[in-house]
Structure formats: C-alpha cells, structure tokens
Design a protein around this ligand. Structure first.
Ligand SMILES: Cc1ncc(COP(=O)(O)O)c(C=O)c1O
Length: 434
C-alpha cells in the first residue's frame, strides 16, 4: 500500500479534499534523473543564471542594505513596495502595457500570483480553459483547487479561436461554470509557439462576449531571439485580463519576485489573499531587485540572455534537422522550449526509461495535459545544457527514437510491439518516472 492510502500516514483521513489534486508533476519526478551529471537533460526549465554576472547582484545587495537596510529587513506591504511597482511599469511598457502602479501586486514569483488567483476564483468543479498542452505547474494549481481543466487546441500560431468557441459551447451545454481562460501567449511553455496579434484580438473578443476572465501569463516576452513578439493582450484589455509577470527569467528565479497586474476590484482581493498567504512578499528580494533595476544595465543583461539562448536554440534545431529529419517540431522565436511531435505509434512516456538509459532526459508530453493526452509528443528545453551537450543530447535521443521506430517496423511485420519490447528486454517504466 502506498503512503497516501495506508496507516503509514496517521493524518491520511484528516486532509482536505483538495489535497487529492496535489500530486508531484512528471517534471518534478524527473529532477533526480535530470540532475545526474552523465545525463544530458533536455527536461528542465532552469534559466542559465551563470550568464548573470554575480557582481551585479552583489552590488545591488550591498546598496539595498546600505541605503535601505531598515526597509529591506522589515515586513512590507501586502501589495509590494511602491518603488518596485513603479519600476515594474517600465518593464511592462516594453510589452506595450500602460498601467498604474496601484494595480500591480508583487508576489512570491508569478507562480504565487497564479495560486492566489485560483484561490480567489475557483470552487470545486469550476472549469478553467487552457491551451493543450499547458504549463505543468498551472495544471497542478488548478487541480489543487479541484477545478476541471478543459484544453483548447493549438497550432503553430497558438490557441485556435474556433476551438475556444466550441469548448465554451460544449462546457456550458453540459452545465459547466467557466471561471478562467489561462494562456501563455508568448513563447508558450511547453509548445514554444506564439499567439499572433490577430488571434489575441479574436480571443479577447470571445472572452469578453462570454464574460470569462483571461489570465495572461507572460514570463518570457522579453526573451525573444529575432523580432519582438506581439504586444501583450493586457495592452488593449484593462478590465478582462489579469497579467502575470516575473523577474525569474530576465534576472534570476532565486529572487522569487513576480507580479500580477489586475483590474481594480480583483487587485484589492489579491492583496488581501497575498497578506493572508505570506503577510508580505520578501522586502529583501524586492529591495535588491529595485537596486539592480536602478543601477545595472538590466536591458543589456536581457540582451545577453537572448544571445545565450538563441545560440542554444540554433544548436538544437540544427541537431534535430541532422538526426531526426523525418519528425516535426516547433521553432520558437524566444525562451526555451521546442515541442517535438512523434509518429503516432510512439509513446514518449513509455520511451523515457530507454532514453535515460541512453543518458538523455526530456519531458513527456503527458506532463502538460490534464486529460492524459500528449503521449506522441515531448518537450525539449535548451536553456541549461551548452550547445555541445544539446547536440549530444539530440544525437542520443535520435538513437532511442530510431530504435523504437525500428521495433515498430519489426512489429508491423511480426509481433505486437509490447512483446517485441519484452523480448528485447525493454522494460516498462518504473513507477516514479511513469
Ligand atoms: C508559464 C510559466 N508561468 C509561471 C512560472 C513561474 O515562474 P516564477 O514563479 O518563477 O515567476 C513559470 C516558471 O517556469 C512558467 O514557465
């Protein structure tokens, strides 16, 4: 019997029902494997913080203590410091957003903003519409409030408006209460695609017409490679969008400083929920980030990150073209992720143990769906390994995929794949990697 179901956990039958939705994501389960030095991990989403000069952060910390010690070391406002909220307006202006600092709420990373919004809006059984695939830890949050996630189809231009309309009709016809539309419009995690401007307008129109609040999650917008992406949806829609931003990808995730830009009424509730959850977001981190923005060339640092990630993207795309020419993948114009589509009979989840044996790790597509979909795809991230390792990782991955395709070919001639696998000693996945 596992821990949850047995007397191993004396509190087993005391937990709230919502904990039933709390489970370690597949991405989390991969951490142990991905951190083995001999494994080339194309699985994680960790920014390459080595490209951020430590002395910039050290100088900001020193100034934070020297100039603002009493504030930095004290509790602060549940909405975040007025200074950083003003500075956040400058960052958002680069995405075409003009707003008031009054409507900005600083949170402990944008992840916490997402969790607070779920707490404010979701009752058990409520429906959240989200792209399929979607950001894995958003799915964990929505599940932890016992909400149902309904996926909306995507293509190379992002969420498909027609699919959104259909889903709304379908869910409403079945009596569902749609509370939120969650989207990562720019350099989507995990698909890597970007929603076109025209579709942004169309989706806003649909949400407005059906009275659905949009959560626009935009951690990567400034990390583009070639041309800047379209402006944020919040740049044209003040009342119907809650915009989420973060310093995790443009500075460092360790700061845990993110924010929400929300319509006035929602903003008030968000501040109360933030206070209830953390009293106030870290004053120390906020002050350090404020000093960094005031003293360092933060736009230049973002350009440095772009160069690092662009080179890695190019290495991955070239290696895919060289080793897996027959497959299809997305071509991201920013951030970290490539979505690789597999032939219909391959199963990215079942294949993972073999990949790990070949010393390469990726994230199976299933991690990004609430409905078990995603077996014929995988997410590849190029943020952490160097270009050489990326090339080696793709070469190893190709060995695995081509091996499976060979088995398939044999299967089509002889016996079912499973028995061919068994015969070849290819075992099914161990529990914690499943
Ligand atoms: C789409 C998306 N949203 C939100 C987050 C959370 O970021 P943070 O809490 O570091 O701001 C991440 C982190 O990877 C992400 O990929």
């Amino acid at each position: 019997m596992t821990n949850e179901g047995t007397n191993l956990d004396p509190w087993y039958d005391h937990y709230a029902q919502r904990t039933a939705g709390l489970a370690a994501s597949e991405v989390r389960a991969l951490f142990a494997v991905a951190s083995r030095p001999e494994v080339v991990s194309l699985a994680g989403g960790m920014p390459f913080v080595s490209a951020l000069p430590r002395e910039l952060v050290a100088a900001a910390m020193e100034r934070a203590l020297a100039l603002h010690g009493p504030v930095a070391l004290q509790y602060g406002s549940g909405q975040g410091s007025p200074r950083i909220r003003e500075q956040i307006l400058e960052v958002m202006a680069l995405e075409g957003i003009s707003a008031s600092a009054d409507d900005v709420v600083v949170t402990t990373g944008s992840q916490h903003a997402l969790e607070l919004l779920a707490k404010l809006f979701l009752d058990p059984g409520d429906v959240v519409l989200a792209e399929g695939p979607s950001y894995v830890t958003a799915l964990v949050v929505f599940r932890s409030f016992q909400a149902e996630v309904v996926h909306i189809a995507m293509d190379d231009h992002g969420m498909v408006p027609e699919s959104l309309r259909d889903a709304i009709v379908r869910v409403r016809a079945a009596g569902g209460r749609i509370k939120l539309l969650y989207t990562v419009p720019t350099f989507h995690n995990p698909a890597g695609v970007t929603l076109s401007w025209q579709r942004r307008m169309e989706i806003l129109e649909i949400a407005r017409a059906h009275d659905i609040l949009v959560i626009e999650d935009n951690p990567y917008g400034l990390l583009y490679f070639d041309a800047p992406p379209p402006h944020a949806m919040r740049s044209v829609e003040r009342e119907g969008v809650v915009y989420l931003g973060t310093f995790s990808k443009t500075l460092a995730p360790g700061m845990r400083v993110g924010w929400a830009l929300a319509p006035h009424a929602v903003r008030e509730k968000l501040v109360l929920a933030n206070e209830a959850a953390v009293l106030s977001p870290s004053s120390f981190s906020q002050t350090v980030v404020s000093e960094y923005l005031a003293s360092a060339d933060w736009r230049g640092q973002i350009a440095t990150f772009r160069d690092v990630y662009r080179e890695r993207r190019d290495a991955m795309l070239a290696a895919l073209a060289e080793h897996l020419p027959g497959l299809r993948w997305t071509v991201p114009n920013g951030w970290f992720y490539v979505w690789l589509s597999l032939p219909p009979n391959l199963d990215s989840k079942a294949m993972l143990p073999r990949a790990v044996k070949e010393l390469v790790a990726y994230t199976p597509g299933t991690a990004f769906y609430a409905d078990g979909d995603g077996r014929t795809a995988m997410r590849l991230s190029f943020c952490y390994p160097t270009p050489d390792y990326i090339r080696e990782g793709i070469r190893r991955l190709a060995t695995v995929i081509n091996g499976e395709l060979e088995l398939l070919n044999e299967f089509s001639q002889t016996a079912p794949l499973r028995s061919v696998r068994a015969e070849r000693g290819v075992v099914s996945p161990p529990p914690n990697l499943g």
